[in-house]
Design a protein around this ligand. Structure first.
Ligand code: FAD
Ligand code: NAD
Length: 479
């Protein structure tokens, strides 16, 4: 038997690597097992998020957004650039360099914090033992007082559109196209479909998004979703709702997709097809039969609200457990579990204040409840909205699209949800999360002094609008 650790973490994505660093900071002897190997054959830390998720997608989103800004909008503010073009291979190179800096940073942080990095595939055995099988096939078994499973998730595949080497791809393949496909199909108008659909549409693809549901972004506040749908349509995304894919047929380097919608059966031909219909928990070869870990609905590891599994001393966090599949949710669960293991038994995280961001342009960002949820729950509420077209800084930025919306309890004025559609909404939402964590009322936000000119002022105004007091809008409520 090799070394014994206080904590062994399986998986070094944003859940696992954060858990490992925090555990080590708290004085626990910690190891983190990771099996991800990059194209150069080197073990890399950072998981889906840093290698094929949040970070590379944002690199391509930002580069493609800059291109569109320069091509279509610079002239509006007096910058003449003439004809411009893209160099997709240079963009991919830049994206790879961003990945390398981020993943390299984690390995460095492991060293700096004294986390032992174990390379290979980890398997939980009975009695909190972890068998690590290296890339050379040799295995070693380690003991731990506590194990944190952070094995993440993988894309869902659907039988009517099985992946191929280079025509029908998942999100990972869609980050690697070497040129913008002329006709790009996307199955699923979720977060990935809209983000990666936007990237390639900006770089020249004709993009059609086939979404099975009849509603667009049902988890987003309906007012914001409607506005976002309109803007994305104007940018060239052809979003077809109620389109159920029934099959796909590849011939001559293109794919014909069949689907049904309210008008009946249809087909459409694409040069590439991205399948982005959700992700599922990843537990392949992770749990020995006698490890005793209970799996629940759709293969998620069952945990309580402190991420404890049914086996004492074994925790699970991130995409492999219930809750939104978001990097920051995984990380905060990692911090909570490390704290619990270090003796802070009451550590918890607030699942009601996890922000979500969709990095389209403008961005969609929200926290808390939507109007439709509150209606369903029978909660009495009031709302205040403010358009960015009335915000001085948004106008100066030549980015006047979107709205900020605050929803407050009708009786207590406590903020129940904040929904933003705007440039940099993902940055703006942090102040709403802070306010909600401190139990702020809409009036509290209204009484705060915001710097001028900033787009944050739209949130100030939306909070004031809850009681009809927005300054830069004719919104006086009758008393
Ligand atoms: P993962 O990041 O999946 O990491 C799990 C790690 O465990 C992997 O490195 C894997 O190799 C390793 N592992 C698994 N099994 C074993 C084993 N047996 N032994 C050793 N190692 C193992 N989220 C956001 O919040 N913001 C975004 O902008 C965003 N953009 C995204 C864009 C795309 C294209 C995708 C696909 C996802 C995006 N996400 C985003 C989601 C985000 O990536 C995940 O929610 C997050 O990575 C989950 O973290 P995790 O640590 O639970 O799992
Ligand atoms: P998703 O759940 O966001 O969207 C999937 C969409 O596909 C849904 O709208 C669903 O109705 C649709 N769909 C499902 N089956 C279908 C079918 N057969 N035909 C047509 N449409 C179908 O999933 P995703 O976009 O794949 O993203 C996966 C996860 O990654 C999400 O949980 C998301 O939170 C996370 N992610 C987050 C970000 C971010 O935070 N910005 C970015 C990318 C991914």
């Amino acid at each position: 038997m090799a070394d014994k650790f206080d904590v062994i973490v399986i998986g070094a994505g944003p859940g696992g690597y954060v858990a490992a660093i925090r555990a080590a900071q708290l004085g626990l002897k910690t190891a983190c097992v990771e099996k991800w190997v990059n194209k150069e054959g080197k073990t890399v830390h950072g998981g889906t998020c840093l290698n094929v998720g949040c970070i590379p997608s944002k690199a391509l989103l930002e580069s493609s957004h800059k291109f569109v800004e320069a091509r279509d909008h610079f002239a509006e503010v007096g910058i003449e650039v003439g004809d411009i073009s893209t160099n997709v291979s240079k963009m991919l190179e830049f994206k790879q360099s961003v990945i390398a800096k981020n993943t390299g940073g984690i390995s460095m942080l492991f060293k700096a914090n004294g986390v032992t990095a174990l390379e290979g595939s980890g398997k939980l055995l009975a009695g909190k033992k972890v068998e690590v099988t290296g890339h050379d096939g040799a295995s070693e078994t380690y003991e731990a007082d506590n194990v944190i499973i952070a094995s993440g998730s993988v894309p869902v595949n659907i039988p009517p559109a099985p992946l191929t080497d280079d025509i029908i791809v998942d999100s990972t393949g869609a980050l690697e196209f070497t040129e913008a496909p002329k006709r790009l199909g996307v199955i699923g108008a979720g977060v990935i479909g809209l983000e990666l659909g936007s990237v390639w549409s900006r770089l020249g693809s004709e993009v059609t998004v086939l979404e099975a549901l009849d509603s667009f972004l049902p988890m987003v506040d309906a007012q914001v979703a409607k506005e976002a749908q309109k803007l994305l349509g104007k940018q060239g995304l052809d979003i077809k709702l109620g389109a159920k894919v029934t099959g796909s047929n590849i011939s001559n380097g293109e794919v014909e997709v069949s689907y049904t919608d309210s008008e009946g059966e249809k087909t459409q031909t694409f040069d590439k097809l991205i399948v982005a219909v959700g992700r599922k928990p990843y537990t392949e070869k992770l749990l020995a039969d006698d490890a005793g870990i209970a799996l629940g609905e759709r293969g998620f590891i069952t945990v309580d609200d402190q991420c404890r599994t049914n086996v004492d001393g074994v925790y699970a966090i991130g995409d492999v457990v219930r809750g939104p599949m978001l990097a920051h949710k995984a990380s905060e669960e990692g911090v909570m579990v490390a704290d619990i293991i270090a003796g802070h038994s009451k550590a918890q995280m607030n699942y009601d204040a996890i922000p979500s961001v969709i990095y389209t342009a403008p961005e969609v960002a929200f926290v808390g409840k939507t109007e439709q949820q509150l209606k369903e729950e029978g909660v009495e509420y009031k709302t205040g909205s403010f358009p960015f077209s009335a915000n001085g800084r948004a106008l100066a930025n030549n980015a006047p699209e979107g709205i900020a919306k605050v929803i407050a309890d009708a009786n207590t004025d406590r903020i129940l949800g904040v929904h933003i559609l705007s440039q940099h909404a993902g940055e703006l939402i942090a102040q709403a999360v802070t306010a909600m964590e401190f139990g702020a009322s809409a009036e509290d936000i209204g009484l705060i002094c915001f710097a001028h000119p900033t787009t944050s002022e739209a949130i100030h105004e939306a909070a004031l609008a809850v009681d009809g007091h927005a300054i830069h809008m004719a919104n006086r409520k009758k008393r």
